[in-house]
Ligand binder design. Structure first.
Ligand code: URP
Ligand code: ZN
Ligand code: ZN
Length: 472
C-alpha cells in the first residue's frame, strides 16, 4: 500500500519546504521536490492513494510523552482506557503516546510494568511506549531500573509530592538518580514539596476551606519552586539527566532556566492547561465547578502572569516539550468524590485530543513559530525519550506517522464538538482554534480523514525506546 501526499508544505524544526511525501507500507520512503522527475516514475499515477495537501502543512505525528490511561488515583481510575484515549489522541493528530506504568511501594516494578502491557496490548489505535513510575525506591526497584533500561523503558518518574502514595524522600531520590547516572536513564520529576503541601491542606480543611480553589491555594508556587531547585541540585550532585514534568510556576521555570544557563543537563515540560487556563478563571469557578480543573501542579494565577511567562520560556527553549499530562476523570462520581473536601478530588485534566490544536493556536497568535510547534509537540519528545529517527521526523526510513494540518480549517472544542475522550465534560469547553487536523496517518494507515475515524484498536504497537539523545 503506497500513499503519496502531494503539494503540501513539510514542516520540521529547521524549516518549511515544498515536498511530496511517499509512504510505502509502514514507512516514509521518499521526499520529492515538486517537478523533480529523477525517480523516473509518475508517483501520482502509481501510488495506491494520493492525498492533495495543497495549502496544508505536513508534519510528523504528534508525540504526547505524558499520559495516564487508567491511572489509579484517589480511589478511582483515570477514565480513558488505552482504547478510548489513543483513539481520541489520533483524532487530535497525536500518533504516539508515552504512558506511565505504575509501581507502588511494596510491589515489584516488573509486575507494575507487566500490568501496563496487559492494559495496552491489542487496544491502542496508535503506537505507544512506557515510562516507569517508581513509587517505592528500594534495592529491588533500583535493580529493576537496569533491567527496564535494557528492555526499552529508559525513563523513570519520581514524586516529591503525594506522601504515602507515590512520594520518594530525598535519600531515595538520590539513590534513583545515582542509578540513572550509571545506566543512562532519564529521571522525570514531579517537583512539588508534598510534605509542606500536606500541612497546608490539613490547615485549610481545619479552617473549613473545602472548595476546589483551595487545591491551588495550598500548592503555592513556592512549593513548586523549592522542589524544582532541590531536584536540580540532586541531579547535579549525581550527574543524572533530569526532566521536570508539568511545570506551571514561572518562578520554578526561572530556576530551571538558571541551571540550563549554567550548562546543566536539566529540562522542563509544560502542558496546555498551564498556558491557557488559570486559578482565577477556572479553579475558582463558582460552587464545585472548579473541580474540573484540579490537577497537580495546579493552575496558576493569571494576575501573577505565569501563563505569558511560560509561553516565553517555550520560545526560548527553557521549556523543551509540551505534553498533556492527560489524566481524565468524569465529573459525576469521580471529581465529585471531593465535594466538601478538595483534597479528595482526583487530580487530572483530559487534553490528549487537543494538544496539537492548542499549541497551533500559539502559532496563530505569534507566540511560537510553526517550526517550534513541531519541535515542541513531536521532534523534541522523540529525541528526549529515545524514539527519534523512527518517530518525530518526516524523512525516508521513519515510520509513516504523519499529520496533514489545515490552517484554513477551524476547530471548536467542547463536549459535543471535538471530543472523543471518555469524559462527561471538557476542560476546554468553548476554545476555538484557527486550524484543523485534516488527515492523520499512523504507521502507514490513514486513521483520521474526512472527519471520520478509520483506525482500529490493535493497530498501535508497543515501541521500546533507546536512551535520550540529550544525554551528555
Ligand atoms: O494532576 C495530575 N498531574 N495527575 C496525574 C498524576 C501526575 O502527577 O502526573
Ligand atoms: Zn506528576
Ligand atoms: Zn502526570
Amino acid at each position: 500500500m503506497t500513499i503519496l501526499i502531494k503539494n503540501g508544505t513539510v514542516v520540521s524544526p529547521t524549516g518549511r519546504t515544498q515536498a511530496d511525501v511517499l509512504v510505502d507500507g509502514e514507512k516514509i520512503v521518499a521526499l520529492v521536490t515538486p517537478g523533480d522527475t529523477s525517480l523516473g516514475v509518475d508517483l501520482a499515477a502509481t501510488a495506491d492513494t494520493v492525498i492533495d495537501a495543497a495549502g496544508k502543512y505536513v508534519i510528523p505525528g504528534g508525540i504526547d510523552c505524558h499520559t495516564h490511561m487508567e491511572l489509579p488515583f484517589g480511589g478511582t481510575f483515570a477514565s480513558d482506557t488505552f482504547e478510548t484515549g489513543t483513539r481520541a489522541a489520533a483524532w487530535g493528530g497525536t500518533t504516539t503516546i508515552i504512558d506511565f506504568a505504575v509501581q507502588v511501594q511494596g510491589a515489584r516494578v516488573q509486575d507494575g510494568l507487566a500490568a501496563w502491557h496487559e492494559k495496552a496490548r491489542g487496544n491502542c489505535a496508535i503506537d505507544y511506549a512506557f515510562h516507569q513510575i517508581i513509587g517505592g525506591v528500594d534495592d529491588d526497584s533500583l535493580k529493576a531500573m537496569d533491567e527496564l533500561v535494557a528492555e526499552g523503558i529508559t525513563s523513570f518518574k519520581l514524586f516529591m509530592a503525594y506522601p504515602g502514595v507515590f512520594y520518594s524522600d530525598d535519600g531515595q531520590i538520590l539513590k534513583a538518580m545515582q542509578k540513572a547516572s550509571d545506566n543512562g536513564a532519564m529521571i522525570m520529576m514531579h517537583a512539588e514539596n508534598g510534605i509542606a503541601i500536606d500541612v497546608l491542606v490539613a490547615q485549610a480543611l481545619a479552617r473549613g476551606e473545602t472548595d476546589p480553589v483551595y487545591h491551588g491555594l495550598t500548592r503555592p508556587w513556592e512549593t513548586e519552586e523549592e522542589a524544582t531547585h532541590r531536584a536540580i541540585m540532586l541531579a547535579r550532585l549525581t550527574g543524572a539527566p533530569l526532566y521536570i514534568v508539568h511545570m506551571s510556576a514561572k518562578q520554578a521555570v526561572g530556576t530551571l532556566a538558571a541551571a540550563r544557563n549554567e550548562g546543566w543537563n536539566v529540562f522542563g515540560e509544560t502542558c496546555p492547561q498551564y498556558l491557557y487556563l488559570s486559578l482565577e478563571e477556572n479553579l475558582a469557578a463558582p460552587g464545585f465547578e472548579g473541580a474540573k480543573w484540579v490537577c497537580s501542579t495546579p493552575l496558576r494565577s493569571r494576575a501573577e502572569g505565569h501563563q505569558d511567562e511560560l509561553w516565553k520560556y517555550l520560545a526560548t527553549n527553557d521549556l523543551s516539550v509540551v505534553s498533556t499530562d492527560h489524566c481524565p476523570f468524569c465529573f459525576k462520581e469521580q471529581k465529585e468524590l471531593g465535594v466538601g473536601n478538595f483534597s479528595k478530588i482526583p487530580n487530572g485534566i483530559g487534553s490528549v485530543e487537543h494538544r496539537m490544536d492548542l499549541i497551533y493556536q500559539g502559532v496563530v497568535e505569534g507566540r511560537v513559530s510553526f517550526e517550534r510547534w513541531v519541535e515542541l509537540c513531536s521532534t523534541t519528545p522523540a529525541r528526549m525519550f529515545g524514539l527519534y529517527g523512527r518517530k518525530g521526523v518526516i524523512a525516508p526510513g521513519a515510520d509513516a506517522d504523519i499529520v496533514i494540518y489545515d490552517p484554513d480549517g477551524h476547530t471548536s472544542i467542547g463536549l459535543e464538538k471535538t471530543h472523543h475522550m471518555n469524559m462527561d465534560h471538557s476542560a476546554w469547553e468553548g476554545y476555538e482554534i484557527d486550524g484543523k487536523v485534516d488527515t492523520v496517518i499512523s504507521r502507514g494507515l490513514i486513521v483520521v480523514a474526512d472527519d471520520e475515524f478509520r483506525g482500529h484498536a490493535g493497530h498501535g504497537q508497543y515501541i521500546p525506546r533507546g536512551l535520550s539523545q540529550y544525554l551528555i
